[in-house]
Design a protein around this ligand. Structure first.
Ligand SMILES: Nc1nc2c(ncn2[C@@H]2O[C@H](COP(=O)(O)OP(=O)(O)OP(=O)(O)O)[C@@H](O)[C@H]2O)c(=O)[nH]1
Ligand SMILES: [Mg+2]
Length: 309
């Protein structure tokens, strides 16, 4: 009962958060179909523009329009209203493929390394995930491996106090690998189930910072074979298609196993989630729709599409 209410609250918030994306995508689409529209090349051209502007990406746009044109040819599509259903169904199909929730085994150490460019929401997302896990009964530890940015350690410390989970830290400027080493050993000896590692935001083009991340990952593999079990990249939805190149670069350099897409609230660029799902073969684990501790949810394709339409 309580859970259902909470879920309703989140869905409402998701709907509200997606309102600008809805305006740019669904409502623009609906506007296009207003009146006595005939389905012709002009309409498809206008539709293409709406889709591209909504950041869903050229691949999705092209495939969708080709499919619509083929359906018209087969005379299965004579009513513009049906186009809306085709759009919705296609989105659902694409997003479904990216739905793969993170499964954390019990009574075993699972490590999550959180990466991404500056300011995408890594530290905040870590706090929210830690809260989720803790509520789910898992024992969680945070590791402050962003020793680079001023106040980064304090920021994670505030989250660790808020969520009430232990934090492993060293001084600012310390070697991130040393922090991670400490964290893995502390977690092993305490029987902790999940360690979440915060890393410094870095431009994917900065070679030395990428090398540092590789080193951190190597130390994890060495100290706990099979680790990190998840390399979660945090993407800021407001950056639109930039997010795609960020994933590609991080994936080439260190391998990425999951995506958290933040700041879907307020942005008109939420269509980027379609492009992420279509062009990247990496599951979307979480979506962020606000700055609060509960403003993160496991990504569910159906819920998302229903909130958007
Ligand atoms: N509206 C909104 N804001 C968010 C969301 N997630 C994070 N933020 C905000 O984004 C800002 C940056 O978040 P951080 O967690 O510090 O980002 P970061 O990636 O750790 O940043 P660096 O450590 O500097 O690279 C903060 O003001 C957060 O409150 C979200 O889902 N929605
Ligand atoms: Mg941070």
């Amino acid at each position: 009962m309580v859970d259902n209410n909470k879920n309703d609250g989140f869905l409402k918030k998701l709907r509200k958060g997606l309102s600008n994306t809805r305006k740019g995508l669904v409502e623009s689409f609906d506007d296009l179909m207003l009146g006595e529209k005939i389905i012709d090349d002009d309409l498809f051209e206008e539709l293409e523009e709406v889709l591209i502007t909504a950041d869903v990406g050229p691949a999705f746009t092209y495939d969708l329009i080709e499919e619509m044109k083929a359906a018209v040819e087969r005379k299965e599509l004579d009513n513009p209203d049906v186009l809306r259903t085709v759009l919705k169904d296609n989105m659902m199909d694409i997003l479904k493929d990216s739905e793969a929730p993170l499964r954390i085994p019990r009574n075993k150490l699972f490590t999550i390394m959180v990466v991404g460019v500056n300011g995408t929401g890594k530290t905040t997302t870590i706090g929210k995930i830690a809260h989720r896990f803790k509520k789910g009964g898992l024992s969680v530890m945070l590791a402050a491996a962003d020793t680079f940015r001023a106040a980064a350690i304090e920021q994670l410390e505030i989250w660790s106090q808020r969520v009430d989970v232990p934090l492993i830290k060293q001084k600012m400027g310390a070697d991130p690998s040393a922090v991670v080493y400490d964290a893995i050993h502390a977690a092993k000896s305490r029987g902790t189930e999940v360690v979440i590692i915060d890393t410094a935001g870095r431009l994917h083009t900065k070679v030395n910072l990428m090398d540092e991340l590789k080193k951190t990952k190597r130390i994890m593999e060495r100290e706990l074979p099979g680790s990190p079990h998840e390399v979660l990249i945090v993407l800021d939805a407001t950056t639109g298609q930039n997010a795609i190149s960020q994933v590609k670069m991080f994936n080439e350099e260190i391998g990425v196993t999951g995506i958290a897409l933040t700041k879907l609230d307020g942005t008109a660029k939420g269509g980027i989630i379609i492009r992420i799902a279509k062009e990247l073969n990496i599951p979307i684990r979480y979506i962020g729709i606000g700055e609060g501790i509960n403003d993160l949810k496991r990504f569910k394709s159906e819920e998302f599409v229903n909130a958007l339409f």
